[in-house]
Write a protein that binds this ligand. Structure first.
Ligand SMILES: [Zn+2]
Length: 168
């Protein structure tokens, strides 16, 4: 690819460039990229469908949907899949359930371990980490388990799921 243009015509264009550039960087620097399978469209649809009877969860979900859509997650994923095909990287999508509540060291799942948006402190083993970093470790471990690239200990603790490979 020779296109290396930074286009600043509008917000939408900039976001598209951000997605393309991020995807290119990830696909060329890493042979394997593990992402949470957030199924953006389904989540948006389900939140809209239940908006007539709004509850706490619905509002939370709507907020989450907004955040995902704002960040252009779907667009990034699409760009990532294209870049991975082109560069021969593997994209693995893993189940996002409990990735933020699970301890990446002892595998204990406890909502109370998530002290705040930014802080993770395991109620079982006392492991502390940035909440996003802890979640990312869980996501990577799950992805490695799916591809069989993880070590046996990781493979045992992470739930196996069918691979969802988008690029060979
Ligand atoms: Zn722990």
């Amino acid at each position: 690819m020779s296109s290396n243009t930074v286009n600043v015509r509008g917000h939408g264009t900039r976001r598209k460039d951000f997605a393309a550039q991020t995807a290119h960087k990830l696909a060329t620097k890493h042979g394997l990229v593990v992402v949470e399978d957030l199924r953006t469209k389904n989540m948006t649809r389900s939140a809209k469908g239940s908006a007539s009877a709004p509850g706490k969860n619905v509002l939370q979900k709507a907020g989450l949907n907004r955040a995902i859509l704002d960040k252009g997650w779907g667009r990034l994923l699409l760009a990532l899949e294209q870049a991975a095909r082109y560069h021969g990287a593997t994209i693995v999508k893993v189940n996002p359930a409990y990735t933020s509540q699970r301890c990446s060291r002892c595998s204990l799942i406890d909502a109370n371990s998530r002290k705040s948006q930014a802080e993770f402190a395991c109620t079982g083993c006392g492991y502390r980490d940035n909440a996003d970093v802890n979640a990312a470790k869980n996501i990577l471990a799950a992805g490695l388990a799916v591809t069989g690239r993880g070590d046996p200990a990781v493979r045992r603790s992470a739930k196996r799921q069918p691979p969802d490979r988008l690029a060979a």
